[in-house]
Design a protein around this ligand. Structure first.
Ligand code: PLP
Length: 419
């Protein structure tokens, strides 16, 4: 008997294909997830780069349940506040590389990115530079799918087909400090508001920054008064072995966007951290300041904030932030043998607990669907990885064992049979 078509519309999915073969995830614990038939898989993607603490953490469930009973919902609009949102803002601000940072809470990474872009522009306007509106981003960059995140997308397919985008933005080469300098000169330094950087590019292929790149672009931004937005939605919370991701480098960003691992993935939550000087026009210490007319219903949601606080406790107590760095060499070692395979083009790993493995150019030319086939092959071998445009990405929970890391390498090898 054929099943009636599902009305559930999956993001970034070929719904024709999904309609005939949806992949039901039924439950999860630790680094294992089970499908609808009870078959276990190693979750080498941490869901979508975010179940950093592993699945099924009792501490998160308890924090959510306790908070639901005490104060299930309230906004932080106007003068309203709540204890979990206050505590979370303090703890996140304390992780910013400079004192005095402000924290705007949101519902996810795309929210945090659009907030960052608007805060950058609004801060300049409030400081008498309203012409500073231009946003610069990088090829292969992914910054969510909201309005401004779509406009600055470095993956062209993610911009195409949605009609006119916000003007005043440009995309530069992903790996060149000189390209940023040249673009700022071309636009005119006094017209550029912000430059967006994923320290390690995630969805665009797991691209590690060249040596000196992060320090280089930070210096160029500072010299031209352009705000540096570190998009750490993937890179934060241990993925690069540090709290924020950008703090792996000796730079002070102007804004940092966070989401995903912030709650261990258990509830949707995002945050935009704003350097004191950028937020200052909105925090003058006396009434009459400009008002940031931006924010969503769920900003500072008490339950999501309580779960985030419990997640931060777990990262601290179990030393999981550092583990992201401790495991970077074992992960790179486990994937290194793939480098010599005739179907593989490039293995990118060694900075944090994430990796990208591209198929060879001739394989991709002959079969554009090869990354999906490879991910399905690995799934058959019992390991979930993420297909990307040119290959697959790996980003297991920080709780992953060395044995499981070895399994990821083996399953990717076995999965190549399906390509
Ligand atoms: N920024 C980066 C670097 C991301 O990887 C993502 C999502 O994958 C986002 C922003 C958007 O986050 P969300 O999907 O929570 O809106």
């Amino acid at each position: 008997m054929s099943r009636p078509p599902s009305p559930l519309w999956h993001p970034f999915a070929d719904m024709g294909a999904v309609a005939t073969s949806p992949f039901l995830i039924d439950r999860a614990e630790g680094t294992t997830v089970w499908d609808g038939d009870g078959r276990p898989y190693l979750d080498a993607t941490a869901a979508l780069w975010y179940a950093n603490l592993g699945h099924g953490r009792e501490e998160l469930a308890r924090a959510a349940a306790d908070q639901l009973r005490r104060l299930d919902a309230y906004s932080t609009f106007g003068d309203f506040t709540n204890a979990p949102a206050e505590a979370l803002a303090h703890r996140l601000a304390a992780r910013f590389p400079e004192p005095g940072a402000k924290v705007l809470l949101a519902s996810g990474g795309g929210d945090a990115i659009d907030a960052a872009a608007k805060i950058a522009r609004a801060s300049f306007a409030a400081r008498g530079e309203p012409e500073r509106v231009h946003l610069i981003s990088r090829e292969h960059g992914y910054h969510g799918t909201h309005g401004l995140g779509t406009a600055i997308a470095g993956i062209p397919a993610n911009r195409a087909g949605f009609g006119p985008q916000a003007p005043d933005q440009s995309v530069i080469a992903w790996d060149s400090v000189a390209a940023l300098e040249a673009e700022i000169e071309r636009i005119g330094p006094r017209r550029v508001a912000a430059f967006f950087v994923e320290p390690v590019i995630g969805a665009g292929g797991v691209r590690l920054p060249p040596e000196g790149y992060v320090e280089g672009v930070a210096e160029v931004c500072a010299r031209h008064g352009v705000l540096l937005v570190a998009d750490c939605v993937i890179c934060g919370f241990g993925r690069l072995g540090t709290w924020l991701g950008i703090d792996r480098w000796p730079v002070v960003p102007d804004l940092v966007t966070l989401a995903k691992g912030l709650t261990g993935g258990a509830l949707p939550l995002g945050a935009t951290l704003v350097r004191e000087a950028v937020a200052a026009p909105f925090f003058p210490g006396s009434p009459g300041a400009p008002v940031l007319r931006h924010g969503a219903t769920y900003a500072g949601h008490p339950v999501a904030s309580a779960v985030a606080l419990a997640a931060l406790d777990l990262y601290e107590r179990e030393g999981l932030i550092e583990r992201g760095a401790e495991l970077e060499v074992p992960l790179a070692d486990a994937l290194a043998p793939l480098d010599g395979h005739e179907l593989v083009g490039e293995v990118r790993a060694g900075l944090g607990l994430l990796a990208g493995i591209d198929l060879a150019d001739d394989v991709l030319a002959a079969c554009p669907g090869a990354p999906q086939a490879w991910a399905l092959g690995a799934r058959e071998a019992g390991v979930l990885v993420r297909p990307l445009a040119r290959g697959v990405a790996v980003s297991p929970p920080l709780t992953v064992s060395l044995r499981d890391i070895a399994r990821i390498g083996d399953a990717l090898h076995a999965g190549l049979e399906a390509v």
